[in-house]
Design a protein around this ligand. Structure first.
Ligand code: NOJ
Length: 562
């Protein structure tokens, strides 16, 4: 194909994300750990995923559960040792699994020695490693930027009478990427880990590393986080990424995925087109905002037509011009099946399979978040004291301040909170779902009698085995190419209940049909069914001209002419 992007090893890979704190505890302290991950590698191998994205395991005071690193060269003692980490890389490799580390370098912990030094005096050599500014003449913050976790993005240091910038919690000061010494120190961190044999990085909020030198006030749009038009996706960020590629990544054969809120498909191309030498792919958030207005902590109804428009735009705009990542969930999102499907007894399994089908048949690299493959669900919290996440606590206060009641705040968090995804993984129907023999750091959902990995693996009709088949298809001789490289075409864009699309490549055409409702429906499509590839029901669809769809039914059909 003219101008086609070069094929890369990660194009047909599937990534499994582990949130170490909640995955598997090997020593009974109530926290997941690296040895616990090693003990469960067979689960990931059986699923067929061949990359693990490991949320941070570096030393950290854990203000944001590891996204506040105090030493990039050390492993958090509660998760294990460097020997454990090296063993994990080796054991994963034996199973053909690569490890992606989480690179959290927009900010460090305030307990990182770099920040401790930086804060110690105005003339400390590391002062300029972070972003320090004088107050405005009235003593207020240098500008009106907001933070994701606090109302203001600036914290005053009483001793030096200057503010430092923190786009996240005040324990996560932003590094000053304009300083070449900082960039060189980060390049060293990357080399250190790549030399240990990891397969690449997931780069935490990496599109925020470029800060404009004049720190202008933000326009208040009442959306996003005030200031984002200045620090998200700017030219500096692209320059810094290209420098990382030149100095580090181009010397290894690795994959990178950049976490990039506030991105359009045009940004997506700039970041991920191979000729730009920036990153392999990005996580955009357009579809994650579809049912919420985050700035005002308000929930919106899910609209399938809007969802199709978003996904279709990303599928088409990046086709042969970049690379997509495909995800429904991660450690920052509520559980997929509760959010977009149904977690009631009758439909949990069937709707989880339908949702998996939709993303896994698209163009890009799919991500499975721990527990998604067994259909883990949201929990019902009743009181703010039950939440761990600092963002949940921030939203709770924000909702109360807006005049809504405590119950309304809990209702919002029951839908929105990041804690849902962070509940311990449910391995079996035993005590603490097999996650720990101790006291779990976050109380379980307690539905392990119905939702657990052991039962899923033993039942050949389970979500786990359905996901295994989806993943195997992407690598199969028969359908791998069309799933990985096929052109995408949306059908019936205004159908508010069914998402149907085709993928075509080299004379092969697949038709993917997903019923998003609890109703039985009839639909009409062109073409003939040559082969039923996968179905989340046991029935046999006959003719496309009058196709009956059961609640949440998903079909993958080969409708090639030849
Ligand atoms: C994005 C991460 O996914 C999230 O968990 C974290 O709180 C922020 N970045 C800050 O590092």
């Amino acid at each position: 194909m003219k101008g086609a992007i070069t094929k890369r090893w990660w194009h047909n890979c599937v990534v499994y994300q582990i949130y170490p704190r909640s995955f598997n505890d090997s020593n009974g302290d109530g926290l997941g750990d690296i040895q616990g991950i090693i003990n469960k590698l067979d689960h990931i191998q059986a699923l067929g995923a061949n990359i693990i994205w490991l949320s941070p395991v570096n030393q950290s005071p854990m203000d944001d559960n590891g996204y506040d690193i105090s030493d990039y060269y050390k492993i958090a003692p509660e998760y294990g040792t460097m020997d454990d980490m090296e063993l994990l890389i080796v054991e994963a490799k034996k199973r053909d699994i690569k490890i992606l580390m989480d690179l959290v370098v927009n900010h460090t912990s305030d307990e990182h020695p770099w920040f401790v030094e930086s804060k110690s005096s105005l003339d400390n050599p590391k002062r300029d490693w972070y972003i320090w500014k004088d107050p405005k003449p009235d003593g207020s913050e240098p500008n009106n930027w907001e933070s994701f976790f606090t109302p203001k993005a600036w914290e005053l240091d009483a001793a030096s009478k200057q503010y430092y910038l923190h786009l996240f919690s005040k324990k996560q000061p932003d590094l000053n990427w304009a300083n070449p010494e900082v960039r060189a120190a980060i390049h060293d961190v990357l080399h250190f880990w790549l030399k240990k044999g990891i397969g690449g990085f997931r780069m935490d909020v990496i599109n925020m590393i470029g800060k404009p030198s004049d720190f202008p006030d933000a326009t208040i749009f009442d959306e996003g986080v005030a200031g984002w038009e200045h620090w998200a996706n700017n030219l500096l960020c692209h320059q810094y990424l290209r420098e990382i590629d030149e100095k580090v990544l181009s010397h290894y054969d690795v994959m990178t995925v950049a976490e990039t809120p506030f991105t359009t498909t045009l940004d997506g191309r700039y970041y991920s087109h191979p000729d730009r030498h920036e990153v392999s792919m990005i996580f955009h958030f357009e579809h994650m905002s579809i049912d919420r207005e985050e700035h005002n902590a308000v929930r919106k109804p899910f609209d399938l037509v809007e969802y199709k428009e978003i996904m279709t735009r990303w599928q088409n705009d990046l086709y042969q011009k970049g690379w997509n990542s495909l995800y429904w969930s991660n450690h920052d999102q509520p559980r997929t099946v509760s959010r977009f499907g149904s977690d009631c007894k009758e439909y949990r399994s069937i709707s989880a399979k339908m949702l998996g089908t939709l993303t896994h048949m698209m163009s890009g690299t799919p991500y499975v978040y721990q527990g998604e493959e067994i259909g883990m669900t949201n929990k019902i919290f009743t009181d703010i004291s039950q939440f761990n996440d600092l963002m949940a606590k921030f939203h709770y206060q924000k909702i109360l301040a807006s005049g809504r009641s405590a119950q309304q705040a809990i209702d919002f968090l029951n839908y929105f909170s990041r804690d849902h995804a962070r509940l311990p993984m449910q391995w079996d129907n035993g005590i603490n779902a097999g996650f720990t023999t101790g006291t779990p750091w976050l109380a379980l959902n307690n539905n392990q009698a119905v939702v657990n990995a052991q039962a899923e693996r033993e039942d050949e009709n389970s979500i786990f085995h359905y996901y295994r088949k989806l993943i195997a298809l992407r690598k199969s001789a028969l359908y791998g190419e069309v799933i990985t490289y096929g052109q995408y075409q949306l059908l019936d864009q205004d159908d508010a209940d069914v998402y149907a699309y085709q993928r075509s490549y080299n004379g092969k055409t697949l038709l993917i049909i997903c019923n998003f409702t609890q109703q039985s429906l009839t639909r009409h499509y062109n073409g003939e069914i040559k082969q039923l590839i996968l179905n989340n029901y046991q029935n046999n669809p006959r003719a496309l001209s009058s196709l009956s769809l059961a609640p949440y039914q998903a079909l993958i059909l080969d409708i090639s002419d030849k």
